[in-house]
Design a protein around this ligand. Structure first.
Ligand code: SF4
Length: 449
């Protein structure tokens, strides 16, 4: 039986009117255009955005006239709630599943397809909850589900079983129980505040969570997991940032999945957080039809580092019910990692992980860079296909040294009889040849520069 966190109704949720903006329908191409945004004087008010989230399928029709099969989508929303901020809806360019923003936010009838391999809680978080709402899996870390509310309900959410089912935040009594548990477990030095999306809570509610966590002397690092800079960037107010920076060391993990999400507003929100000394990491979920393309991930990662957000994890989609249509093969993730290495800087390359079913934790998955091993040498390959041997310590002197001048094979590398196998027409080697020729000329001419 799944444990429930004891909650109080969220402040933001109390405000909610569920009414669409009065001029919500875009005539020109079914999306909310920038000109229309200006007509909402409160567009940049995050509480207005929350109050005006699209919650019902008939409201969605107000934004996207081509929405058909309303009755079917209503069945989906009954099972998995929908909420889309007007801001995020305005990023939809094509009102169909070929648009990544649409695909991540608008319900799809395929969410009702449930193959046997899927479950509500594939990471078995409820089995690792010593206190309802607090997941203690790794020895030194714990995750606190501080709210079940998000400003947008991502169709690919791993916590579909709780996100938006009731929009509640943790109660003071439950928070005290969490603090009690943390005090009894000094090995926990890092707490991740998650949800739902904790930044949908009021500043005061977030601050009480931070004060509670900071009251535990053994909690060194606090991290917040949030999609707010992506779906509700106006929530990153000066007041919020000034409050957050009182609780350093505080880290924030964002959740950008597609370069289209890196709008000026989103980048400004991240800059505010970074300027407050909050290190930012990003967790991307690999999603079919959204970002399962090496070039899309490359563009996203390049954009993130320009925004001072370090790509942290690229997640294989969890085996969660309602998400099968967005799941990619593991092969696709490996292909993307292969593509990134050598093409973009190491700081722009996330770690590709599978969050293991049965609560096994994150398992990094890499292309295979180890070609062969012998007692004396390991044969490695790089992104270009160059193969080199790496001599083990103590063995260098006992090997005969490179003896093969051309066309060595892998065994010759592994036995220390060759240094490297270089792919033909390697552009880096060609560059080196030019540099070498130039240096020779300089040397001959006796000029230094
Ligand atoms: S913001 Fe996070 S918790 Fe909320 S629906 Fe999206 S993925 Fe799930």
């Amino acid at each position: 039986m799944q444990q429930q966190i004891e909650c109080t109704r969220s402040d933001a949720a109390e405000d909610q009117s569920c009414e669409p903006p009065s001029t919500g329908r875009a005539e020109e191409n079914d999306t909310l255009r920038p000109a229309e945004k200006k007509s909402f004087t409160k567009w940049n008010d995050w509480q207005w955005q929350i109050r005006n989230r699209i919650r019902r399928i008939d409201q969605l029709g107000g934004y996207i006239s081509s929405i058909t099969s309303q009755a079917e989508l209503e069945k989906v929303v009954e099972k998995y709630p929908m909420a889309i901020t007007p801001y995020y809806a305005s990023l939809i360019e094509r009102p169909d599943l070929s648009d990544p923003i649409y695909r991540m936010s608008v319900p799809n009838i395929q969410e009702l397809y449930d193959p046997m391999c899927l479950s509500e809680d594939p990471l078995e978080e409820h089995c690792d909850m010593p206190v309802p709402g607090l997941v203690h899996r790794y020895r030194d870390r714990a995750l606190l589900i501080a709210t079940t509310m998000c400003s947008m309900y991502c169709r690919h959410c791993t916590r579909k079983r709780i996100a938006g089912m009731r929009e509640n935040s943790i109660s003071p009594r439950r928070l005290r129980q969490v603090v009690e548990y943390l005090n009894m477990h000094p090995e926990i030095s890092d707490v991740i505040v998650s949800g739902g999306d904790p930044l949908t809570m009021s500043d005061n509610a977030i601050e009480s969570v931070l004060i509670a966590l900071r009251s535990v002397p053994t909690v060194q690092v606090i991290r917040i997991g949030t999609r707010t800079p992506v779906v509700l960037p106006m929530r990153i107010t000066d007041e919020l940032v000034n409050m957050l920076k009182k609780y350093h060391p505080l880290w924030i993990n964002t959740h950008f999945n597609h370069p289209k999400e890196l709008t000026d507003d989103a980048m400004r929100a991240c800059a505010k957080l970074a300027d407050a000394g909050i290190p930012l990491g990003n967790q991307t979920v690999l999603l079919k039809g959204v970002n399962d393309d090496p070039m899309v991930i490359e563009k996203l990662c390049r954009g993130l580092i320009q925004t001072r957000v370090r790509p942290y994890y690229l997640y294989q989609c969890d085996l969660v019910r309602g998400v099968e249509h967005l799941r990619t093969s593991l092969r696709k993730g490996i292909e993307i990692m292969e593509y990134l290495r050598g093409r973009v800087s190491g700081i722009a390359i996330p770690t590709f992980v599978v969050d293991a079913p049965h609560g096994g934790g994150k398992i990094p998955v890499l292309p295979n860079y180890i070609i062969s091993m012998s007692p004396t040498h390991t044969v490695l390959r790089n992104y270009e296909g160059l193969m080199v041997n790496y001599p083990e310590p103590g063995f260098e002197s006992s090997t005969v040294g490179p003896t093969v001048d051309s066309d060595p094979d892998v065994w010759q590398l592994a036995s220390g009889n060759a240094d490297a196998i270089v792919p033909m027409k390697n552009p880096r080697m060609k560059r080196r040849e030019k540099i070498e020729a130039k240096s020779k000329l300089v040397e001959e001419s006796g000029l230094l520069f």
